[in-house]
Write a protein that binds this ligand. Structure first.
Ligand code: ATP
Ligand code: MG
Length: 581
């Protein structure tokens, strides 16, 4: 491919509205173009990488007998009413009406559509199991589209769905897809981890996310330094902790005469009582939606811990959970925030299990300027709902799965997810089959997603340096960037043209920078920015002794190679890259 004909414009400056490296580099390298918030054009270089990753996904899924199909982006409301998600999906679902005023949405995911297909075609256990997938454009009206392709509104996803006669078969397929994902991300040559993730409170469901490790990742991951346990921090089990003051005499609950309205933070509170932070408690009021009903519940934690609303949501089996608006919490407590406490508030109150056995705690007294001292949750709460794991685990916490390890923390970019759905959709949408005995049963389902465009961006988050992108071989837009320095020189042009043809004949994809009137400095800078794994330079100087210069983008190692040995040198360099990754 001649660069003079390529649809590309590169930029030296970092675009102002780009927050992460992948977005900055993809924009600077002329790979993507922003059309609207979270909506991008994929220009030729980007599309080459995207298509290569799609092919890797297709190849690996074909090995496991998955069948490709393609479903529409536009979906009718009726299906979403059947699953109940028209009501519950929220604003990420972009809804609109056609000329006949019928409701439609742009598909953020395709459980409803695929279930509709299967229920119409599959009737007997003999037709199961089935595993189908598509690679398709999704739309989610994200509240804050950002980070370029990593959190777009329109993006490309591989979504797969499987259908089974029972749980055991769905579990078998789940682990098969888990292994397929390890192969897919393994082939990219990126550092990734499968992590246990939150699957909500649907019975019979469980899930893993696959994360590419990167500082810019939006997710916190905790991983045991001794065993295999790796999980999304919103799901990581926190170990129970001993109450550190068990030898103190148990005090009665008393209202401290403590008129220091300025003291609102936990640190100030603990200091005023001459206590360590883990002797102070803190309190949150949450607004819970369950079965359509809305109510408030309280949560008590050690003041140096952070609450984990996902754990609370699952414990309660709630559909939605959010902090009670502060004005309403203050009204209910009759005290300003900072003095709101659980005693006398008379709401169902759940206490984090690290406070099991704790006493002599401080807490807000629901009166401005007052705190209680001597708080013992199981004794003093009118609606005590027990001790539960409700806090965020942190790095250094003891692992709950093995006796030895402690958690280490990482940041990750979620690039894929495998999900055992159970019968949530098949029951709601009557996707049934007849078993051997002729009984009608709901199919057990799994779903499996990979963010295609997000993964390509995540590859750049891991593979770059100050000069630009460093593509891993399997998804590089081209393998070799061939630069003709002094391209107007007929001898250089002829030698470079020959090199281009020879390399292409040997199966390499070559981007040939044949631009005339562009300085060597600019060509070198562009080559570093675009980041193809190998660079070959042919210039007037090399012509004299009949050599080209070959450079590895990652190691920056260079060698001079006689023209007639160029193909062999590139084969060698490719093999070296393959063994290094
Ligand atoms: P997130 O938690 O990041 O919003 P999700 O868990 O809602 O993602 P899934 O429903 O699991 O996403 O979708 C499957 C895959 O699609 C994700 O693992 C991710 O790689 C990709 N994906 C999801 N949302 C986006 C987005 N807004 N932009 C790009 N890729 C996305
Ligand atoms: Mg997900």
């Amino acid at each position: 491919m001649k660069q003079s004909k390529l649809l590309i414009h590169t930029y030296r400056e970092t675009p102002r509205d780009a927050d992460v490296v992948s977005q900055q580099l993809m924009m600077r390298a002329g790979m993507i173009h922003k059309l609207a918030a979270g909506i991008y054009d994929y220009l030729p270089l980007a599309l080459r990488s995207i298509r290569k990753f799609e092919d890797i996904v297709r190849e690996e899924l074909a090995k496991d007998g998955c069948q490709e199909l393609l479903m529409p982006t536009v979906q009718p409301r009726e299906l979403w009413d059947e699953s109940g998600r028209w009501q519950f999906y929220g604003k990420e679902l972009l809804r609109f009406q056609d000329r006949k005023d019928a409701d439609f949405c742009l598909g953020p995911t395709h459980e409803e559509v695929v279930t509709d297909i299967i229920r119409k075609i599959v009737t007997s256990y003999k037709q199961l199991p089935l595993n189908v997938f598509q690679i398709q454009t999704k739309f989610r009206d994200e509240i804050r589209p950002r980070f370029g392709l990593m959190r777009g509104r329109e993006f490309i996803m591989k979504d797969g769905y499987s259908f089974h006669v029972d749980d055991a078969d769905a579990d078998r397929e789940y682990w098969k897809m888990f292994e397929a994902y390890k192969r897919i991300f393994g082939r990219l040559g990126v550092k990734f981890r499968p992590v246990e993730a939150d699957g909500g409170a649907i019975g019979g469901s469980f899930t893993h996310e696959f994360h590419v490790l990167a500082e810019s990742g939006e997710d916190a991951i905790l991983s045991c330094d001794s065993c295999e346990y790796t999980s999304n921090a919103e799901k990581t089990e926190a170990p129970p902790l001993k109450f550190g003051y068990a030898s103190e005499p148990v005090g009665e609950l008393q209202r401290a005469h403590f008129h220091t309205p300025g003291i609102v933070s936990m640190e100030e509170q603990a200091k005023a009582f001459k206590l360590a932070l883990d002797h102070a408690s803190k309190f949150y009021l949450y607004r819970v939606t369950k079965g359509g009903a809305v109510s408030d519940v309280g949560v008590v934690l050690r003041s140096d811990h952070e609450p984990n609303p996902v754990k609370l949501k699952n414990l309660l089996g709630a559909e939605q959970i959010e902090l009670t608006p502060i004005a309403e919490a203050e009204k209910r407590a009759g005290a300003p925030s900072g003095f709101i406490g659980p005693v006398d508030l008379d709401v169902p109150t759940y206490v984090d299990r690290s406070l099991e056995g704790a006493f002599n705690l401080t807490c807000g007294a629901n009166k401005e300027g007052d705190h209680h001292f001597g708080f013992k949750p199981d004794r003093d709460l009118t609606q005590f709902k027990g001790f539960h794991d409700l806090r965020m685990a942190v790095a250094g916490d003891a692992c709950t799965r093995c006796a030895k390890g402690a958690y280490q923390s990482f940041r990750g970019i979620e690039v894929g997810q495998v999900f055992k759905l159970g019968t949530k959709y098949s029951t709601a949408m009557s996707c049934n089959y007849l078993d051997e005995g002729g009984a009608s049963k709901p199919m057990v389902m799994g779903c499996y997603g990979i963010g295609i465009t997000r993964t390509v961006a995540a590859v750049i988050e891991q593979g770059h340096d100050a000069d630009g992108i460093i593509w891993p071989w399997p998804v590089a837009p081209f393998h070799v960037h061939l630069l003709s320095l002094d391209a107007a020189n007929a001898d250089v042009a002829a030698a470079a043209g020959r090199a281009e043809r020879d390399l292409e004949a040997a199966g390499f994809e070559v981007l040939h920078d044949d631009r005339e009137g562009v300085s060597p400095g600019v060509k070198f800078k562009d080559a570093d920015l675009l980041g193809m794994p190998l660079r070959v330079v042919i210039g007037a100087k090399g012509l004299k002794d009949g050599t080209a210069e070959v450079r590895d983008r990652r190691t920056k190692q260079m060698e001079r190679v006689p023209f007639d040995q160029l193909v062999a040198a590139i084969v060698r360099a490719r093999d070296q890259i393959a063994t290094a990754s």
